[in-house]
Design a protein around this ligand. Sequence first.
Ligand SMILES: [Zn+2]
Length: 315
Amino acid sequence: MQSRNWQSLVRVVAQLTSNSASALNVPDFAVTFVLTADFESSVRRRTGEDDLVAERAGGVPARRTIPTEDDHARCDVVVDTSLVGGGADPVHVMWSMAHEMCHVLLGRMRSAVPGVALSPGHVPFDRDAGAIALDAYDEYRCDNFANWVVSHGVRRSPGEAPASGYEFVGDTYADLLRAALDERAHTGWADLVHAYRQHETSLGHLVRTVQRETREALTLAAHAHAVAASAGAGSPLAGLPHRDAELYLRPAWDEIVERLSSTPLVPTLAEFSRSDALVFAAGSAALRQLWERLGISSRWTSEGKVYIAVDEPMS
Ligand SMILES: [Zn+2]
């Protein structure tokens, strides 16, 4: 892509984001787009993380929003040059940039309002479940925002349907989710629970694996659903012939979406704390149930310690 093209795309995205920021009452912020041929070291230099390779799911060009100030007043959006190079589709680039700009809006508002408070009634897993759900729901929000930006920012001839995220992103996320489920078709979550109950693996490994894979699967489900929605389709989880999807993932994601259906996708600054609390509550309830269906539950003991029970999974 020519640099003039790239700049005019960024300008359209910046203008639409700035209009949204005013409407949502987002405090002032500045964004720098960083194009890099060495994505991993660019991100590592800014975050200090060193496990980036695993994070790059196959086929999805790398991009990442990184606050350079604690209150998100300044952010770098780091973009792998492969996203914008050669035959890159300008509208796909626009969609991806808009997605990152929504992360900036959410991060900026989240840093300006009180965070979600845990009550003594929350079981130990609730914090993890709520955090996973908030992250996945942010991806859902950002994809929906990107859908909105391309539908408004791309000129189409009269009578033609507005641009949609699905035209450019297609089934990428649904395919990644299916591939992730295929990969562990014979060692699904319930089998892992059985392995623990037969003393073949440790409790730590079981809990860490289930939580990590719940995070990955829920995030892909969130992306796939938002992209499908831009083409008027329902959740792609509905047609996935996988035990983990049918028994565990789909009921959890559907419940989160259902419980949040009457709250605005991207809330205003004034509504932000309440909205995050709702996502946290919906997410921790849905994921607690998912893990309980798998037989894994947690509670506080009278000594204030975490007790984890592992029973027979529902099948
Ligand atoms: Zn994202």
